[in-house]
Design a protein around this ligand. Structure first.
Ligand code: NAG
Ligand code: NAG
Length: 252
């Protein structure tokens, strides 16, 4: 039902598997031994120490600045149902990822799976340019201009499935699949310049969108989850293809 076309500036991540050099973890990066009794607590602490460092961008790891995280182009084509729209975002900044707290991490060395739960201490804003055309709950909508979508009490669950590969005697975890789920207590929507800047219809439509945010978000949820999963896949992949798994989690 939902089809999503997705282009991100940082998209050639797969070729790094062949070309990337092993990168040493920064000093102060907490390492957790796989056989440590409090392994999960150690990983949780390490993750929360790593977040403020990662969001600044880590060129060594090929990781861009993550707060704000700029998405050059994101297209949502939702063909059916109460919300049937073509929605294009360009130069969309995701602002606020630095306020993430990791609340839970589970790493399974037998199934090569990493599950992470995070929540945002501050609202998460998507700010950039939009173009929309279609219908939202029977009302026609079209326009293009600046937009601001803000998500309150955003909580994420990321579930990564990896496959180990050996390269030069080291084991790397290669990301195969990532699932991304989220909850929010409210989505605020502001689309400027709707209907060619019509002074009545535009503001009215924004009021309507905000009154119906819940239904709209549920309709767009699969597309948004896919989009965010793609972004986080790229970031995780860039890290794990440069750092052998035993450098992050020594066997003992
Ligand atoms: C979104 O972008 C695509 C490709 O550039 C284009 O074909 C489509 O018409 C755009 N949709 C809107 C609503 O601007
Ligand atoms: C987006 O809207 C929110 C809620 O009104 C506001 O707090 C935030 O400053 C806005 N951000 C931008 C970049 O316009």
């Amino acid at each position: 039902m939902n089809s999503i076309l997705f282009f991100v500036f940082i998209c050639e991540f797969l070729i790094f598997i062949q070309t990337a050099q092993i990168v040493k973890l920064p000093k102060g990066f907490l390492k957790c031994k796989q056989n440590e009794p409090n392994f999960n607590d150690c990983v949780l602490e390490a993750s929360n120490l790593a977040v403020p460092e990662l969001v600044k961008g880590q060129p060594k790891f090929g990781i861009p600045i993550i707060d704000p995280l700029r998405i050059i182009n994101l297209q949502i084509n939702q063909g059916h149902g109460p919300v049937s729209i073509k929605l294009n975002f360009t130069d969309l900044d995701i602002i606020g990822i630095s306020s993430s707290t990791v609340s839970d991490v589970k790493i399974d060395f037998n199934t090569y799976q990493i599950k992470v739960k995070l929540y945002q201490n501050a609202p998460l804003t998507l700010s950039g340019q939009y173009a929309i055309d279609g219908k939202v709950l029977v009302l026609p909508i079209n326009g293009k201009g600046p937009c601001n979508l803000t998500l309150y009490d955003f909580k994420e669950e990321v579930d990564g499935h990896f496959e180990p590969i050996e390269k030069n005697g080291e084991i790397f975890w290669i990301l195969k699949k990532m699932k991304f789920d989220f909850t929010t207590s409210k989505l605020y929507i502001n689309l400027e310049n709707l209907f060619n800047g019509d002074k009545n219809l535009g503001p009215q439509m924004n009021i309507f969108l905000n009154e119906n945010w819940h239904e709209i978000l549920e309709e767009l949820r699969p597309a948004i989850s896919d989009a965010l999963a793609t972004i986080f896949t790229q970031i995780a992949q860039r890290f794990f293809e440069r750092v052998p798994i035993t450098h992050v989690f020594p066997k003992k």
